[in-house]
Design a protein around this ligand. Structure first.
Ligand SMILES: [Zn+2]
Length: 420
């Protein structure tokens, strides 16, 4: 918490890896020096499975929830809202219930690590149970935000029968406690809602991260605490690899951080290639989900990449528009030509500079050229930096309680991904 999260200077050499690259990570694993790999996963690892992002306005699910009078999508995981109106949660539960979706190639990669005796532990934010379905041993998994595997009354805490629960969920009905004496309290799966404690096992096994010799972070925006803080428990010389659409949290700030920005499955496939495990990975995955599902996921991936390109183009346009406005003001103010610094001339390098996006500010011309000359990966980074003003690290997280991110950016921002 509170540490400098700026990107490491290019001239700073890594301490453990031979270079900050995916091939160096593979070399490190194959050398036998990574025997205790800790994996942290979030919503992005399940995107290809088709699990709807409940925050995305594009999914029908969001529209369903909106019609149920939710003040905001996050309210679906808010205990006080649930007590008043549990129906939206049960709409979501029917959609997300285990059995409706199949593991992605990223899930199966983690299983492969386990089979090779390299997986120290997996911490997941996901409640979809796809880790278990992928065949990762249950004793290696911490479902930090709970799961649909069990449920209980929120009043007397009595467990509710699993088979009955399944029936209620499939009918979209809200189950009530059947404890004798007429408790009739609402029944809720053991999913951690905002403001609730995380499972005790999460805290008990946090030391697994301290013992790690490699940390792989996949598809999480590291915006929900205390889960997000796990990544900072690893020793400083331990390589940390991020597979995500954008740079998040403290990732990229240490000498051995490797950023694999883009589609999560695509990044994982790259690592599998470098390891020489690709064929084995694809075979296991296809064997598990079947040819039809595999093709469906691959087609979906293509569409997501196209959508990302559109999003980035739109973002670049928006930034351009804002900066153009800045230029105009500058001209009016000074009556002279505007500053035309190129990114190379900027004192702190690109990563730092985008932090200072400030409509009408002095650096606007420089930022503009940076955005225009950048590739898709770097442009995605821009979106993170510009929305970083409400840094989740600054959130007043209560001891052990789950804390959501503050609302950042507009609806069109790439930040609309689920963090749960
Ligand atoms: Zn009860």
């Amino acid at each position: 918490m509170g540490q400098d999260h700026s990107i490491i200077d290019e001239d700073t050499p890594p301490k453990t890896l031979s270079s900050r690259s995916i091939s160096a990570v593979a070399e490190y694993i194959l050398s036998g020096r990574a025997k205790r790999i800790v994996v942290m996963t979030g919503a992005g690892i399940s995107t290809a499975a088709g699990i709807p992002d409940f925050r995305s306005p594009d999914t029908g699910l969001y529209a369903n929830l909106a019609s149920l009078d939710l003040p905001e999508p996050e309210a679906v995981f808010d205990l006080s809202f649930f007590k008043v109106n549990p129906r939206p949660f049960y709409v979501l539960a029917r959609e997300l219930y285990p059995g409706n979706y199949h593991p992605t190639v990223s899930h199966v990669f983690v299983r492969l690590l386990a089979e090779k005796g390299l997986l120290h532990h997996l911490f997941t934010q996901n409640i979809d149970c796809l880790e278990r379905e992928a065949g990762i041993p249950a004793n290696k998994i911490i479902e930090a935000h709970g799961s649909f595997a069990s449920q209980r009354c929120i009043e007397c805490k009595k467990e509710f029968d699993g088979a009955k629960m399944k029936e209620f969920v499939s009918r979209g009905e809200v189950p009530r406690c059947e404890e004798e004496g007429g408790c009739k309290g609402l029944v809720k799966p053991d999913i951690v809602f905002f403001g609730e404690q995380l499972p005790k096992a999460f805290f008990d096994r946090r030391e697994m991260v301290e013992q790690a010799d490699l940390v792989l972070v996949m598809g999480t925006s590291l915006q929900v605490h205390p889960f997000a803080g796990l990544v900072n428990l690893a020793e400083e010389r331990v390589p940390r690899v991020l597979f995500n659409l954008e740079r998040v949290g403290s990732m990229g700030s240490q000498a051995d951080d490797v950023l694999v920005l883009g589609d999560c499955d695509e990044g994982v496939r790259k690592l599998a290639d470098e390891l020489g495990w690709r064929e084995e990975l694809e075979e296991k995955w296809r064997g598990l989900v079947g040819e039809e599902e595999a093709e469906r996921q691959l087609q979906g991936a293509k569409k997501r990449v196209e959508a990302l390109h559109d999003e980035v183009a739109k973002l670049a346009e928006e930034v351009d528009e804002v900066l153009h406005l800045g230029e105009k003001r500058e001209k009016e103010k000074e009556g002279g030509p505007v500053n035309t610094l190129s990114p190379e001339d900027m004192p702190d390098g690109e990563g730092k500079m985008v932090n200072e996006v400030n409509p009408g500010g002095e650096d606007s011309a420089g930022i503009k050229s940076s955005v225009k000359n950048t590739d898709i990966t770097k442009t995605v980074e821009v979106s993170v930096e510009t929305t970083n003003a409400s840094n989740p690290e600054n959130m007043p997280d209560g001891e052990g309680k789950i804390v959501g991110e503050q609302k950042v950016g507009g609806e069109d921002s790439l930040e609309t991904k689920s963090s749960l």
